[in-house]
Design a binder for this molecule. Structure first.
Ligand code: ATP
Ligand code: MG
Length: 434
């Protein structure tokens, strides 16, 4: 029997799972303070959900299969398209904007390596309807605040706007299919291949020059002014630049600069994003120290819903690559406190005190305190060793003599200190300690 796990998948043991839960909880809290609400969609979808817009070539990257009724299905590779589907069937009439977030696993048939798995988790959000530069700014602010709350250091938020390059290509009346190909090549970052392609399709000299210049533009706010000065009459490009400026102004109003010294913004007009449903603002967050898998977050505004045949409704969203985020936090030795299995371990010193021990245990549990009690009829010494092993913070020693006086002994496992406490006060006392 084959007992190894499938390639590109992982098991998570107690400590790692505790760390992941803590990060999950922090992200949930931040997203909820921005009025996002959680949703969940199926782990598998109809294959067509992902091929409609991304084309058949995406199938190479998918875990697709036929079910017993010959339906073409696939494990989901991302969660934006499922959310768009969910919106189309349940929420088209709801007041806008709709703010949703999700946390769940995605599956891609990729070559596994550090930071790249076949099952990985995304924590992301979508804001549907009411997309404005202000909404884009709020979403970037939320991504940034999430990372600040987690204490991540040394990350860069790169922001771009696809309206600039797309506007340029549209003004030059470049064929739609060529436009798509150009975006793919920009995303790949292969300038030479891009140059060859531009030659091949006879792109005019001016457009070629401006395009090659734009995709190299990276830096502070001055970039937008520099570009504006070089573009005089291309209305679509100028409109995109205006929108970009408004976004940056609103980021400032939201006070993102105040979160801390960690947040570093870079205007990067070379961002194209792989999927072709992105339309306006795009952003990616990098932790350069992670090397090839440095991208921990990606997002932007998109028009997927129109592509699915819905009404035109501006949307924007992003997803953290949860595993890469964990990798970055652990790499930086961020203290992700692991609570251990129980805060309190109730240890009967003799068999006679077992009934009372169970009673005390339930009192603590009813008060919401994670509590473990010996179930193995073990000797007292063995119980202490085990309590220590699972990382219990306190042990309650329940002894016959103590009980006669109405007391138990509370042992602090870190310091070794012991104190006597009236049985009737245990819950109040423990609540103050943890
Ligand atoms: P990459 O270029 O690294 O493959 P991507 O452009 O395919 O990323 P997105 O589709 O934007 O990534 O997914 C959002 C985030 O999910 C990424 O920024 C990344 O952090 C994470 N991610 C993507 N693919 C994987 C994977 N196979 N394993 C782990 N995390 C992943
Ligand atoms: Mg990828």
């Amino acid at each position: 029997m084959e007992l190894s796990k499938p390639r590109g998948t992982r098991d998570f043991l107690f400590e790692e799972m505790n760390q992941r839960k803590q990060v999950e909880a922090t992200l949930k809290k931040v997203f909820e303070t921005y009025a996002y609400q959680e949703i969940k969609t199926p782990l598998f979808e109809n294959l067509s959900l992902f091929t409609i817009k991304s084309g058949e070539q995406i199938v190479e990257q998918l875990y697709n299969f036929k079910d017993k009724n010959e339906r073409e299905l696939t494990l989901r590779p991302e969660i934006t398209a499922p959310v768009a589907r969910l919106y189309m069937s349940n929420m088209q009439k709801s007041p806008k904007p709709i703010k949703m977030y999700y946390y769940g696993s995605c599956f891609r048939y990729e070559r596994p390596q550090k930071g790249r798995y076949r099952q990985f988790w995304q924590f992301g959000c979508e804001l549907i309807g009411g997309k404005t530069p202000e909404a884009d700014a709020e979403i970037i602010t939320m991504a940034s605040q999430s990372l600040e709350k987690l204490g991540l250091e040394g990350y860069e938020i790169h922001i771009g706007h696809l309206g600039i390059v797309r506007g340029l290509l549209k003004e030059a009346q470049v064929e739609e299919s060529h436009q798509e190909q150009i975006m793919v090549l920009i995303d790949k970052g292969d300038v030479e291949e891009l140059q060859n392609f531009l030659k091949e399709v006879d792109m005019d000299y001016e457009t070629t020059n401006i395009l090659l210049m734009i995709i190299e533009m990276k830096g502070g706010c001055e970039i937008l002014d520099n570009l504006r000065a070089k573009i005089n009459d291309k209305k679509m490009v100028l409109d995109a630049l205006d929108e970009f400026s408004q976004l940056l102004k609103t980021l400032n109003d939201f006070g993102v600069g105040d979160f801390g010294r960690n947040t570093k913004f870079v205007i990067n007009l070379g961002i194209a994003r792989g999927l072709d449903y992105y339309s306006g603002m795009v952003f990616e967050i990098y932790v350069p120290k992670l090397g090839a898998q440095k991208q921990i977050c990606g997002g932007g505004s998109y028009n997927l819903i129109e592509n699915f045949g819905g009404e035109k409704v501006g949307s924007t969203g992003f997803a953290f690559g949860f595993d890469r985020l964990m990798g970055a936090l652990i790499h930086q030795n961020k203290e992700l406190k692991s609570d251990g299995a129980a805060n309190i371990f109730v240890a009967p010193i003799s068999n006679a005190t077992r009934p009372k021990s169970f009673e005390i245990t339930q009192k603590l549990r009813n008060a919401g305190i994670s509590t473990e009690v010996d179930l193995g009829r073990r000797k007292f010494k063995k119980i202490l060793t085990y309590a220590n092993h699972i990382g219990a913070r306190y042990v309650i020693l329940v002894g016959e003599k103590d009980l006669l006086e109405g007391n138990i002994t509370l042992k602090n496992m870190e310091t070794g200190d012991q104190e006597e406490i009236p049985v009737d006060n245990i819950v109040e006392h423990v609540l103050k300690l943890i």
